[in-house]
Design a protein around this ligand. Structure first.
Ligand code: AP5
Ligand code: ZN
Length: 218
């Protein structure tokens, strides 16, 4: 199973990715998590990406495309993978097409922008694994602490209110066009295009997982 999770910042891609990846036994490829790991490690990529990420902009297509191509060449991706936060621009989607990467499903998670602001302001993350919680909607078992490792949770740099507004703007301008890109392709060339499925991302985490599983089963 190869799939793309599409959705605005804070739509719940990372949250649902965990359950979908568990069910299908595939790795989660989150370009955001990969970039944050590079920032933490202080690699040249991380140094270049940090400024852009903190401002809410997008890292250059070339960098991201190379990062993803390297990642999907790893043996654990042979049976499939889930893209979370990639592709995020038309050139990124075109690069996958040109490389002959055949995706089975594009699953769009749709959440109104008002709900997103609240989700991001309450988000807490485990920086090493990328596991995500919400102080109110998806709290860890022990406040401020990751369920699996017991390590402290942090608030992401780009979850400040001004940066969130910029990220939503960038999403509308550069990523949202992928909705038409994939849904038109699925209509025009159903045999070669990924199946396009859209679900509402409003409701409890469990309800959305159920919707996602159902959408991916037909
Ligand atoms: P990235 O890490 O991909 O961030 P994003 O797309 O902005 O998405 P988020 O991780 O913010 O949200 P999410 O949809 O995963 O939601 P989550 O599950 O955490 O990218 C960060 C940056 O890296 C970008 O801005 C860019 O600079 C760069 N970058 C990354 N990929 C790139 C690319 N391909 N090209 C160029 N640049 C790239 O949920 C959010 C919160 O809501 C959590 O607190 C969660 O607990 C809570 N929540 C989840 N579900 C529910 C629910 N049903 N009800 C209530 N709360 C919920
Ligand atoms: Zn995420």
């Amino acid at each position: 199973m190869k799939l793309i999770l599409l959705g605005a910042p804070g739509a719940g891609k990372g949250t649902q990715a965990t359950f979908i990846c568990q069910k299908y036994g595939i790795p989660q490829i989150s370009t955001g998590d990969m970039l944050r790991a590079a920032v933490k490690a202080g690699t040249p990529l991380g140094i270049e990406a940090k400024k852009v990420m903190d401002s809410g902009g997008l890292v250059s297509d070339d960098l991201i495309i190379n990062l993803v191509k390297e990642r999907i060449a790893q043996p654990d991706c042979a049976q499939g993978f889930l893209f979370d936060g990639f592709p995020r621009t038309i050139p990124q989607a075109d690069a996958m097409k040109a490389a002959g990467v055949k995706i089975d499903y594009v699953l769009e998670i749709d959440v109104p922008f008002e709900a997103i602001i609240e989700r991001m302001s309450g988000r807490r993350s485990h920086s090493v694994s990328g596991r995500t919680y919400h102080v109110k909607y998806n709290p860890p078992k022990v406040e401020g602490v990751d369920d699996v490792t017991g390590e402290p949770l942090i608030q992401r740099e780009d979850d400040k209110e001004e940066t969130v507004a910029k990220r939503l703007e960038v999403y509308s301008a550069q990523t949202r066009p992928l909705v038409a890109y994939y849904s038109d392709w699925a209509t025009e060339a159903p045999d070669e295009a990924p199946k396009y499925r859209a679900i509402s991302g409003t409701g409890s985490v469990e309800e959305i997982t159920e919707r996602a599983f159902k959408a991916l089963s037909n």
